[in-house]
Ligand binder design. Sequence first.
Ligand SMILES: NC(=O)C1=CN([C@@H]2O[C@H](COP(=O)(O)OP(=O)(O)OC[C@H]3O[C@@H](n4cnc5c(N)ncnc54)[C@H](OP(=O)(O)O)[C@@H]3O)[C@@H](O)[C@H]2O)C=CC1
Ligand SMILES: O=C(O)CCC(=O)C(=O)O
Length: 397
Amino acid sequence: MTDLLQDIDEFGPEKIVCVADSRTGMRGVLVIDNTARGTGKGGTRMSPSVTVTEIARLARVMTWKWAAVDLFHGGAKAGINADPSSPDKERIVRAFARKLADQIPASYVAGLDMGMSERDAAIIQDELGDRGTAVGVPEELGGVPYDQLGVTGHGVAESVEAALAHRGRGVQGARIAFQGFGAVGSAAARRLHARGAHVVALSTMDGSVHDPDGLDVPGWLEARSELGDACVATAPASHQLSPGSELLVDCDVLVPAASQDVIDDRTARHIKAPVVVEGANLPTTPSAREILAGRDVVVVPDFIANAGGVIAAGFAMDARYSAFRPEAATILDTVTEKSRSNTTLVLERSRTDGVLPHEAALSLARERVRTAMGLRGRLRAPASAAARYPEPVRPDR
Ligand SMILES: NC(=O)C1=CN([C@@H]2O[C@H](COP(=O)(O)OP(=O)(O)OC[C@H]3O[C@@H](n4cnc5c(N)ncnc54)[C@H](OP(=O)(O)O)[C@@H]3O)[C@@H](O)[C@H]2O)C=CC1
Ligand SMILES: O=C(O)CCC(=O)C(=O)O
């Protein structure tokens, strides 16, 4: 806990709530990072290795993500330390929702992240009743099932296209490698394949598949829906790679779409792709980013490339108060527009200002958050934007 306290900076976290339930063995955490631009909002992750620090780092990414797309929610993230394939998943998810609601009534809206599905969001909604809710619930409950719709992956694919365009080439025939074939990775692979790219590698925790001539993406999508992520084990031995090798294959764009910190210094020295588009949150360590930049590898930051989830969550947050469900096409069009324009903006700023894309993206997002904090009187030094809203001049009496 000492470390975490030392990690608190002027942006947050504002609140960390840990919950546990001895009957189910559930252990969970919610981190609300920064609410200057609105309610703290972010998905809920389930993994047996989740830590408080991991969730705090992810919550900070959410602060930047909402600000970068200029939508008015703040950063938050929740985590449940459990195996998502546990037969007790429903009991664990219910215990998490109940315990959290006891601690902070109605102040967290759950959502989807690794290891959680629309079905789990529905369970949270059921458990909370009028004490809180979740987004990402099935359509049949009036929700926006953004993982099933592949919204985040759609945006990642758009970001890949914009990054390729920035390098002066089209998506047709581009070779793309993926780590992670879950909600984000599979949807991005489907879209890029449909746009004429060759998906040359994909992976799950169970293994990696590689074909330099391009994999049969529709076939792998079907295998995934039948066999789950274990589908990769059915590939011929000649197409299987050792874990992590999918990050190092020869390709035009690498899309890490699984876990954090998978691109460390050692991996960064061997990546062959000239472009990395971060589908996952926090896949590249800060020092690896520097190494990649030194090797002229362009990295599109997570909170620029994978903002489709927050855009869908933004629509879903509004839909909580409406009997009307937003059209999927409206959500996807918004994601297309924001993902492309932000990717292009950040890569251009990076080039003209001579800074890493991450730094260019961060300065855009940080400025918006700082302005909101200043206007709310949360900064030690007054923010310059406050000058636009002067105190009323009162006539002398
Ligand atoms: N869902 C969303 O809307 C959003 C998700 N993200 C981020 O995208 C990433 C993926 O999330 P999502 O697709 O929802 O998660 P899912 O749980 O749907 O899928 C995760 C995928 O990654 C695989 N995986 C996990 N660890 C590894 C590893 N070390 N090597 C290879 N494959 C691995 C999983 O395999 P297996 O199933 O075998 O474990 C699975 O295929 C996360 O970083 C998440 O925070 C970001 C924005 C929004
Ligand atoms: O806020 C959500 O519910 C989904 C988006 C998310 O968690 C993310 O972008 O990482």
